[in-house]
Design a protein around this ligand. Sequence first.
Ligand code: DGL
Length: 261
Amino acid sequence: MIGVFDSGLGGLSVLAAIAETLPHADLVYFADSAHVPYGDKEDVYIRRRMLRIGAYLVDGGCQMIVVACNTATAAAVAAFREAYPAVPVVGVEPGVKPAALASRSGRIAVLATVSTARSQRLAQLIEQHAGSVQVDVEACPGWATRVESLHLDDPAFVEEARRHLEPLLAKGADQIVLGCTHYAFLRPVLAPIVGQRAALVDVSDAVARQCARLAGPVAQGGGQLRLLATAHPERLQAALPALGLNHLSHRLRKPAQLAHA
Ligand code: DGL
């Protein structure tokens, strides 16, 4: 069983890619809905949540953990790996490397939560992989919460998204990295603003391929899905069709459940 974890709905974008790449794997999706968003929290808080949820998933039989959250990966994946050295862990990091490789203008932008934007980990990633490409890091407070509300096309939000994107595009960014798993669900808002000027870069498929490399026998199961949330499990389940992931609903054998972690 593979445990996939995020603060809320964002990691469902990663879950969908994993379910497609490993159709027989049994998957557990854990949304820390009682504590979303992580993006405005301190590292120590995120680390505490990650260790607690990781322990819950491992004790519940998960043999592999996917941290489907850039914010938690940056703040806490090292602490989790240290606590559970025998458990394969796959984290999610902004796609700076593929974006830098694909850029023709020599300028890219990373959209991320406040926590990821200020993280050491992102600074290192840029230093290691951006080479001579210029990188603008844009913190987008409130965007993950917008996805949680499922009201994605509110005109006020479309305007806000435009305010963030236009200056980056005007500077010449031709790759816009979606550095938060929630933002994958904002494509319908972001893509029309960006148009032909830039590509939106998302690493879900690369994360799924990394899972496939590490999974071994864990990939063989009944292709079932369990949904767990620390608050409002029914909202998590209802989000599947709302976010265009109804095909995942067919994998459920029982309704989403409340998790006490
Ligand atoms: N989905 C998460 C990420 O990838 C966190 C969003 C949040 O809870 O602020 O960063």
